[in-house]
Design a protein around this ligand. Structure first.
Ligand code: SF4
Length: 414
C-alpha cells in the first residue's frame, strides 16, 4: 500500500496556515471567555508581574477545570499579588489556600520556584520558554511556552490536552497521541502554526477552541472557525480524507501518524475517531483505616484531632485524621485491631478495638489511586497526651478543620 506523502498530516501550505490563523484569531476576538487571569495579564504593564499572573493560572489549570480554578485564583492573587509576596508565605499558608484544588505538590512547587526567582534571579522571571523551563522547578514545556507567549510575546507554540485533540482532528492523526513520536510532531505543528504577531492570543485561541468547540465527545463542528481546514470533518462528510497528490487514501502503509491498520477509521465515531490514546492503566486500589477522634472542647463544641502528613509523597504536608494503610484483604475484625494498636501506640493510652465505631466507607479517586477510607469514630472523655515524637497534631473545631490544609477526601470523611 502506498504511504502518504511526507507532510500530509502536517501544515505545509503557508497560505493555509495564514488562513487558519486569521480565522481562529477572529473567532477568539469575538468569543473568548472572560477569565480573571486574562484580564490581569491584559491590564498589567509590568512584564514580571504579568508573567507571575499567567504562571499561577497555568499551574492551577493543570488537571483542574476552569470553573473550579477561578475562585482559587482570585483568592491567591489577592493574598500574594507578587512573586515577592508569595516567596515570603509559609508552606502551611499555601496548603491552606490550595486545600480542595488537588494535586497539592503544585502549590508547593510554585512557592519554591517563587523563592528561587527572588533569591537567585534577583526577583526577575525568566523571559523565554527555554529559560523558564530550565530555571523554574515545576515548569514543564507546556507551561513555559504558555507563560512566554502570553506574557512576553515569544512566538512559541504550546501543546496541552486541548491542543492535542484539535490538531489530531485537523490532521487525522490517529496514532497513539501520547506516544513520543506523535507528541514531537504536534509540537512541531504548534510551532509552525503560532501567529508571529499575536502568539499568546493564538495559543489561547487554540486551547479555547478545544475547551469550548472541539470538545471530546460532541464537538460543535458546524460552529467551528477552522472547519474548512479540518481533515477529520472532511473525512466524516465525504468518506475519505481530502484528495492529496499521489495517494488516494491515508490510513494504509507505514504512516506513523495514521490510525493503526488494526483499528481503522470507525464511521460511527466521525471526528471523534481522533485523537487516540493507548489504554490507560487502571488506578491502583488502596485501603486506609481512618479514625475521627472527637472530644468536647472548652466551649462544649466538638473538636477533632488532626495530624500532619509527611512533607513528601502523596498529599505532602496536609492534615488528616489519624490514618493507617491496610492490606487489601484484611477482615473487619482484624482491621479494627490494627487500627486500635496504631492509635494506642500513638496516643500512649489503651484503646479497645470494640470502642472503635465503624461509620462507613468513603471512596476518593486520586489521579492514579482508587482510595477507600474505612471510617471509624472514637469519642473521648478525657484529654489525650500525644507522643511529641510522632507527627505534629492538633485539635480543631469543625470550622477550623475546614479552614485547615486538609484534602477533599478528608472533608468527605468528616
Ligand atoms: Fe474539531 Fe470539528 Fe472543528 Fe474539526 S471541524 S477542529 S473536529 S470542531
Amino acid at each position: 500500500a502506498p504511504a502518504p506523502p511526507p507532510g500530509w498530516h502536517l501544515f505545509s501550505d503557508p497560505a493555509e496556515v495564514e488562513s487558519l490563523r486569521g480565522n481562529l484569531l477572529a473567532w477568539y476576538d469575538r468569543c473568548k471567555r472572560n477569565l480573571p487571569w486574562r484580564a490581569l495579564a491584559a491590564m498589567e504593564p509590568d512584564a514580571n508581574r504579568r508573567g507571575y499572573a499567567v504562571w499561577v493560572s497555568e499551574i492551577m489549570l493543570q488537571q483542574t477545570q476552569v470553573a473550579t480554578v477561578i475562585d482559587y485564583y482570585n483568592r491567591w492573587m489577592q493574598k500574594w499579588p507578587t512573586l515577592q509576596a508569595l516567596a515570603q508565605a509559609s508552606l502551611e499558608e499555601v496548603n491552606e489556600l490550595w486545600a480542595g484544588l488537588g494535586y497539592y505538590s503544585r502549590g508547593k512547587r510554585l512557592q519554591e520556584a517563587a523563592r528561587k526567582v527572588v533569591s537567585e534571579l534577583a526577583g526577575q522571571m525568566p523571559r523565554t520558554a527555554e529559560d523558564l523551563q530550565k530555571l523554574l522547578p515545576g515548569v514543564g514545556r507546556y507551561t513555559a511556552g504558555a507563560i512566554a507567549s502570553i506574557s512576553y510575546g515569544q512566538a512559541t507554540g504550546v501543546v496541552d490536552g486541548n491542543v492535542i485533540r484539535v490538531l489530531c482532528r485537523l490532521r487525522c492523526i490517529g496514532a497513539d497521541s501520547s506516544s513520543p513520536a506523535v507528541i514531537d510532531r504536534l509540537w512541531d505543528m504548534a510551532n509552525v502554526l503560532v501567529d508571529r504577531n499575536r502568539p499568546g492570543d493564538f495559543n489561547q485561541a487554540l486551547m479555547e477552541l478545544g475547551a469550548t468547540v472541539c470538545v471530546p465527545k460532541a464537538p460543535l463542528c458546524g460552529e467551528c472557525p477552522v472547519r474548512q481546514h479540518c481533515r477529520a470533518r472532511c473525512r466524516k462528510l465525504f468518506g475519505k480524507p481530502l484528495p492529496v497528490p499521489d495517494v488516494e487514501d491515508c490510513g494504509v502503509g507505514d504512516c506513523t501518524l495514521c490510525p493503526p491498520a488494526t483499528e481503522p477509521w470507525d464511521t460511527s465515531l466521525g471526528v471523534t475517531n481522533f485523537p487516540r490514546k493507548a489504554a490507560k492503566k487502571p488506578p491502583r486500589a488502596m485501603r486506609t483505616a481512618t479514625c475521627v477522634l472527637e472530644r468536647r472542647g472548652c466551649r462544649g463544641a466538638p473538636e477533632f484531632l488532626i495530624v500532619q502528613r509527611p512533607s513528601s509523597g502523596l498529599l505532602a504536608g496536609l492534615w488528616e485524621f489519624p490514618s493507617l494503610s491496610l492490606a487489601q484483604d484484611l477482615q473487619e475484625e482484624k482491621e479494627r485491631e490494627v487500627l486500635a494498636d496504631h492509635l494506642q501506640a500513638w496516643m500512649g493510652q489503651p484503646v479497645a478495638a470494640k470502642d472503635l465505631q465503624f461509620i462507613g466507607e468513603v471512596i476518593h479517586i486520586f489521579s492514579h489511586i482508587h482510595q477507600t477510607y474505612m471510617v471509624y469514630s472514637l469519642p473521648l472523655d478525657g484529654d489525650v497526651t500525644l507522643d511529641p515524637a510522632s507527627s505534629p497534631s492538633r485539635w480543631v473545631t469543625e470550622k477550623e478543620f475546614h479552614a485547615s490544609a486538609v484534602s477533599t477526601a478528608m472533608k468527605k470523611v468528616l
